[in-house]
Design a binder for this molecule. Structure first.
Ligand SMILES: [Zn+2]
Length: 126
């Protein structure tokens, strides 16, 4: 950085000179330099804090992503169960309807047998 010598006012480039190139004065305790150092320290702190925040955010995003994946898996499993339940209900109802239809047909046949001549009734009687 560039500061001004406290003794003679010459501009000093601190990266090139350890002392004032004009009067040889030390700038070790120079107010500008100390302030600049503090500023750089603060910037460093901010940079570190920002890095921490960035890491925190990444962790948060990761965990919320994992949570989302998990809940999606649960929803998929739930949907699968619902699907199987519906299929089972449908199959059950189908079987019930078939059995009912068969019973009705048996009863109709019985009624027809009751109405037919005795010889035929003897054939179909149980
Ligand atoms: Zn000087």
């Amino acid at each position: 950085m560039k500061i001004y010598c406290d003794y003679c006012g010459t501009q000093i480039d601190t990266e090139l000179h350890r002392n004032c190139p004009n009067c040889g004065g030390s700038y070790a305790g120079d107010e500008e330099l100390i302030k600049e150092q503090e500023r750089l320290d603060k910037l460093n702190d901010l940079e570190m804090r920002r890095e921490e925040l960035r890491t925190d955010r990444m962790e948060l995003e990761n965990s919320s992503y994992m949570q989302k994946m998990r809940s999606e898996k649960e929803i998929t499993a739930f949907r699968r169960i619902i699907k199987y339940v519906l299929i089972a209900m449908f199959v059950g109802f189908f079987i019930y309807a078939m059995v009912r239809a068969a019973n009705m047909m048996d009863r109709a046949e019985d009624r027809m047998a009751e109405n037919s001549p005795p010889a035929s009734a003897a054939e179909t009687a149980e």
